[in-house]
Design a protein around this ligand. Sequence first.
Ligand SMILES: Cc1ncc(COP(=O)(O)O)c(C=O)c1O
Length: 468
Amino acid sequence: MPEISYPFEPFKIKAVEKVPITKREEREKILWKYAKGNIFNVPARKITIDLLTDSGTGAMSDEQWAAIMRGDESYASSKSWEELNRTAQKIFGMPYVLPAHQGRGAEHLVLTVLLESDKRPVVPGNGHFDTTSGHIQWAGGVGVDCICDEALDPESDSPFKGDIDPDKLTRAIEDAGIDNVPLVILTITANTAAGQPVSMNCIREISKVCKGYEIPLFFDAARFSENAYFIKTREEGYREKSIPEIVLEMFSYVDGAMMSSKKDGLVNIGGLIVCRDEELYRKLATMATLFEGFPTYGGQAGRDIAALAVGLREGMDEHYLTWRIGQTRYLGARLRKAGVPIFWPTGGHAVYLNITKAMPDMPRKLYPGIAFQNAVYIEGGVRVCEIGTILAGRDPETGKERTARFEFVRMAIPRRVYTQTQMDYVVDTVTAVYEKRDELKGIRLTYEPPVLRHFTAEYAEVELVRNN
Ligand SMILES: Cc1ncc(COP(=O)(O)O)c(C=O)c1O
């Protein structure tokens, strides 16, 4: 399919929500006076197109709303639980299913149970998501990034930049000592690596390495069906396979998965764990009862569970996925054609603007990603999000700012929410900012919390002194 076109929406619109339209002067005032320069503080009612995240921001279908009406609120072993249990067992081919209140709830259970150790356990992966890293640390462990070198090249056409490099993984295991690696996590797709997919070949290879060492392999499976779509369309031998067949094969190589249902589960809240081992399930269920809720609801209402059972199936629909991935590619390809540097090829859920390349003159200490992100809001009321120096934060031991792999601005696309004309508006807004990027001011921090600073930091603008 050509890059700058994609099939029409495989759904029609039944309910609409008014999109806020604001004036530039109003946006300037809100961003700098009210929100103190932090895009997270801008009220959603003042945002025209919201590309802050694809998590929990999707639109549910008529079938999901109907399932919500049928949701069974019995405390234990409800009908909705039975429906979810059957559905998840069939889709993932795993006997044990455990709901959690959201992705980080699932991470909390899996990582506290598996990282039980006196030492400092090491958890290799392909760039853990920030909540995953947080839970690894919380459980006393440390994450190690074994992503392939292709992930470091934002320009090449490599189709699976989310892959783990098996040699890097072997080295990480040998360095840590086999007994000190309680699990390996493969994030599908790799959110911290520009949403790049992981190939079936990699999943198979990594599974072999893990089996050789008898180390459990888990997916962070938030975007499992988008990853399966990339395998179908980019990897040899999968063109004729259906998405459910590919998903089943992907999961056949792992021991379990934790996931945020707020992405490919097509619901606004929820999380899930699946696993093969009964003993592990029993430990997780005990923890779940303490922290999430009885193991058949895990902190979710019966109606939420009912909607998830439908969403998991709808998320694997090939017409939907072709449109969904097509929309992301369309946004990326149009920006690229306009000369705006992006991480290429586009991944599943977002387009990542390469600010390092777009604004090479602005030093990292003046936070060019925040400058660009804020300018996009002022220009057109579009909310996007810095993934760079501010997000990377500081080393807790030295207090020094960590070096982000790239200075990115992420444009995450909610599922089944925005139309092509709205994407065109985003392209025009971002292109307009890109064209006047040399006029953007630098940014300084006026307030910085000790952890997760991007959420609540406050900023002011500073004049950029250029070298030439
Ligand atoms: C890859 C990945 N893992 C875990 C999470 C955490 O999920 P939740 O926000 O549901 O806690 C996210 C959320 O964005 C994610 O992208």
